[in-house]
Design a binder for this molecule. Structure first.
Ligand SMILES: [Fe+2]
Ligand SMILES: [Fe+2]
Length: 362
């Protein structure tokens, strides 16, 4: 079928069949190669929707005032030793972990996917990791923490080294020329997307997120807590991008989604949970107010099972693990506040988004 446009003396013919063929040729991997970055027609509508949601959540670290945090950090009575240790562990771990995620998105996953709308959302994902890394830099400079300490934490705390090796090994496996028609290579990508999205961003980030939000709840370091809340809102979208990507990859390549492979993914989650629980023990060698290593460990068991089930995998525990920190869900789920305001923007959104809503309401 052709659509005909006659503009003055010239006639243009558009071939609808070609657009259909382009749509049919879109795949997560091994799709039609094109240099034109054609978003339309969209095959993966969810990717574009997530891109729009992520864009509407845009934030900049400098928007968050840090004066009260600086005052508390300098006041020896305002924070306990364990509060300060959690902040150091948080800043030490995340200042490099955010970069590891962003680098894997750009140099591995975005390189291998072929549909333009998937590349679009992954570009935004990587950009948000830059914002998160930048927010850590802003925290470090505001509090006057020696930047060399962050590097040292990354090298010298064995539980941090182990968590990072777990993900960088998976990323390295794909950083070479692979034939992506080979089911073994497809599985490496599926494993990467599962480990980064569900094990790392979806589970291993949540121990420290929870501890820092526990401080926030007590009115301690609320600037840092606010940045972590914004980061968490972004992370929930990253987990969803990678979850959808994994499910699409499995649906388009059913030969990889065997029982053995699904079991391999569950084992990877089991390893991620163990690494995270050891890390939590290092973060909380003694209990602080509202901070018990046992509760945070149980929280990790709880969240890991939720991630597995969301990917269509069996949970690690057959009896549901209760969430020991129900307040955390409220603080973490910034989107709930959006629902509360019936879909209108929250105070966290930028002025430009606010202006758009005002226009829509007219
Ligand atoms: Fe992040
Ligand atoms: Fe992320």
């Amino acid at each position: 079928m052709q659509t005909r446009y006659e503009i003055g003396p010239r006639t243009f013919l558009l071939d609808a069949d070609k657009a259909q063929a382009a749509l049919a040729g879109k795949r997560v991997i091994g799709g039609r190669e094109t240099m034109s970055f054609n978003l339309l027609p969209l095959r993966y509508g969810w990717a574009y929707e997530l891109y729009r949601t992520m864009k509407a959540n845009h934030w900049e670290p400098e928007d968050v005032p840090m004066a009260k945090d600086i005052e508390q950090w300098r006041d020896p009575r305002a924070l306990t030793d364990i509060d300060r240790w959690i902040v150091r562990m948080g800043i030490g771990y995340f200042s490099a972990a955010e970069g590891i995620v962003g680098d894997n998105v750009i140099h591995v996953v975005r390189e291998l996917v072929t549909a333009a709308e998937l590349k679009l959302v992954l570009g935004r994902h990587a950009h948000e990791e830059n914002i998160h890394a930048d927010s850590l830099l802003y925290m470090i400079s505001s509090l006057g923490i020696d930047p060399h300490e962050c590097e040292a934490m990354f090298d010298d705390i064995p539980t941090i080294v182990a968590k990072n090796r777990f993900v960088t090994d998976v990323s390295r496996e794909l950083r070479r020329d692979l034939d992506m028609n080979d089911p073994a290579a497809k599985r490496l990508l599926a494993k990467n997307v599962f480990v980064f999205g569900q094990c790392m961003e979806g589970t291993q980030f949540y121990g420290l997120f929870g501890m820092i939000l526990s401080l926030y709840r007590q009115g301690k370091l609320t600037g840092i807590g606010t940045m972590f809340r914004y980061t968490l809102r972004d992370e929930s979208n990253h987990i969803e991008v990678f979850r959808r990507l994994l499910l699409e990859l499995a649906a388009e390549n059913p030969e990889i989604w065997t029982e053995d492979f699904r079991e391999e993914l569950r084992e990877l989650m089991r390893e991620a949970v163990t690494l995270e629980q050891r890390f939590i023990a290092d973060c909380l060698p003694v209990e602080g107010m509202g901070l018990s290593a046992e509760d945070f460990s149980q929280y990790i068991d709880h969240i890991a099972d939720r991630r597995l089930v969301a990917c269509g995998l069996e949970p690690l525990h057959h009896i549901a693990i209760e969430n020991p920190l129900p307040w955390l869900a409220e603080l973490m789920d910034v989107r709930k506040e959006q629902n509360f305001f019936e879909g209108r923007v929250t105070e966290y959104q930028k002025a430009s988004s606010l202006a758009m809503v005002a226009d829509d309401e007219l």
